[in-house]
Design a protein around this ligand. Structure first.
Ligand code: ADP
Ligand code: MG
Length: 515
């Protein structure tokens, strides 16, 4: 209806009603006139005038002078408002009739159609003004209490306070106010909630009313906030320390960076192999760490760093912790320390154990990687290559050997087991084709992965672990057609025989001495 372009021009209605019968006499006008703006404006004002003259007769509208009434939509809204007002009056009358003098009353207020502040002149919502008077006043009141903890009230304040106390049904003359005063403390708590909590805590604005919070409420709010803050820190902390299946959690990355910065390593390459409990990474050795900076790092002094290194990074996932426990708990070298450690530190012990075992094996001339440096759960050792740079020796399981080479490999492994047991006084505990590398150029077996190796003398299960190793070795080489391979039992006795003879000799010597 709003200023529609008139094609058929109608005379203004003669009826009193805006919906009255319309005289349909049509004037013929030229196209030029129709397009004329002057004509359009004249017609519009004619129509408006007609509406304005007609409406008051039928609907007693209270249109003020400044009321904008230049469109049908505005008139419709005004009519609607009038209708809503009448509707609300009927509602109120019904409500009064229903309630009468009854003490319990009902209210139809939520069905009212005209809110008191209806203002359809402006489209935008009225700006919300935050009434901060109460908060400012109570902040001020609290500030006025001196350090001694109380303040004498002036005459006007006494009167106001008495008013307050009457409202709160308390008696007694008030002429001083302490910092423990209920109202003051309540207001102070409300202020503190607004100002002392960090912005992420949703406190509302508290404006517009005299907000008071009892100490109990304030304390529990604060306790809740503190525990939430701690929890948030814990969550962040957890994600930082989170143990990680592929080993490169942030602390590990930091340690590796230190090894690079310290000069132990020059570059770190890709992953050589992933085992049950570690990831082994290839690296190029650096010029060497500064000995003064690494006073407390095992192996940092007087080390010669090989050109190529293997970095064994022990997985910090704790799910393998239980499996490791039996190899370390009974080892006298770690017994005392193991008891005191938390699971995470046990992983460091585990790396340390591998380092000690490798050193013992080197002394016993068993082919194994040479230890370079140990840092927490990171063990740097020499790289077991396969003749060419960056190419690791394959596991015995993956290597393709001739029958003679298998025989040679078997003999080398038996020899290594004997040396390990007798000279290094260790049992590997996980000896199999998976933990032996084959260097084809040197035609040599290299024993790796000795973190779980235990002491022959001190560990109560050493012999049964040795038996298991013998079974693994025997079954593999029998499978590969090595006829020389002994049975597991024979191998076990071959390894332990010499020791048993020595032991019986010792026992005989002791008996002679006693006699
Ligand atoms: P896990 O205890 O997880 O079994 P290993 O010590 O057996 O870890 O190492 C996993 C793999 O990493 C090995 O199978 C081997 O292929 C490779 N590897 C380990 N140490 C070396 C090394 N010094 N030189 C070359 N490759 C190595
Ligand atoms: Mg292994």
């Amino acid at each position: 209806m709003e200023k529609a372009e008139p094609i058929e021009i109608m005379n203004p209605p003669t009826s009193n009603s805006p919906w009255g019968k319309i005289n349909s006499t049509v004037e013929t006008v030229s196209l030029g006139d129709i397009m004329s703006e002057q004509l359009a404006t004249d017609l519009q004002s004619k129509e408006d005038r007609c509406c304005l003259t007609d409406v008051p007769d039928v609907y007693p509208l209270n249109l003020s002078d400044d009321y904008e009434c230049d469109s049908d939509a505005a008139i419709a809204r005004a009519l609607q408002l009038q209708y809503d007002k009448e509707y609300d009056e009927i509602l109120k009358r019904t409500e009064n009739k229903f309630n009468g003098n009854s003490k319990v009353s009902i209210s139809y207020s939520k069905y009212l159609r005209t809110p008191n502040n209806l203002d359809f002149d402006s489209d935008s919502e009225p700006e919300e003004e935050i009434d901060d008077r109460h908060r400012q006043a109570s902040e001020k009141a609290f500030m006025q209490i001196p350090r001694c903890g109380y303040r004498k009230l002036g005459a006007s304040e006494v009167a106001a306070a008495e008013d307050d106390s009457q409202q709160q049904n308390s008696t007694g003359k008030i002429n001083l106010v302490t910092k423990h005063d209920m109202t003051t403390a309540g207001r102070r708590n409300a202020c503190r909630v607004m100002t002392a909590f960090p912005p992420e805590v949703c406190t509302g604005d508290g404006g517009g009313f005299d907000m008071q919070l009892s100490n109990k409420v304030f304390n529990s709010l604060r306790a809740h906030h503190q525990s939430e803050a701690k929890r948030r820190i814990r969550v962040a902390d957890k994600s930082e320390r989170a143990t990680c299946e592929q080993c490169l959690d942030p602390p590990t990355r930091l340690l590796l960076l230190k090894l690079l910065d310290g000069g132990t390593l020059k570059t770190i390459h890709g992953i050589l192999g992933t085992g049950k409990e570690a990831v082994v990474v290839h690296a190029i050795g650096g010029p060497g760490p500064d000995p003064d900076e690494h006073m407390n790092t095992w192996g940092a002094r007087n080390i010669s760093i090989p050109d190529e290194c293997a970095i064994k990074i022990f997985k910090t996932t704790l799910n393998r912790f239980k499996a490791r426990e039996q190899y370390i708990r009974e080892d006298y070298r770690f017994k005392d320390r193991f008891k005191k450690q938390n699971p995470r530190k046990v992983i460091h012990l585990w790396a340390e154990k591998e380092m000690h075992n490798l050193v013992r094996m080197q002394k016993a001339a068993i082919p194994c990687p040479q230890v370079v440096i140990l840092k927490k759960h990171i063990l740097v050792m020499s790289f077991i290559g396969d003749g060419e740079p960056n190419r690791a020796a394959p596991k015995l399981k993956d290597a393709i050997l001739t029958p003679d080479q298998y025989v040679s490999a078997y003999n080398q492994i038996v020899d290594a087991m004997i040396r390990m047991y007798r000279d290094a006084e260790l049992v590997h505990c996980d000896l199999s084709e998976y933990n032996v590398l084959w260097q084809s150029k040197e035609q040599r077996c290299v024993i790796i992965d000795v973190a779980q190796a235990v002491e022959t003398n001190s560990h109560p299960l050493a012999k049964s672990f040795l038996m298991r190793d013998c079974e693994n070795v025997t079954s593999y080489f029998i499978k590969k057609g090595v006829k020389e391979a002994k049975s597991a039992k024979e191998l076990f006795f071959e390894i332990t025989k010499k020791v048993r003879e020595d032991e019986s000799d010792k026992i005989c010597d002791a008996e002679i001495a006693v006699a």
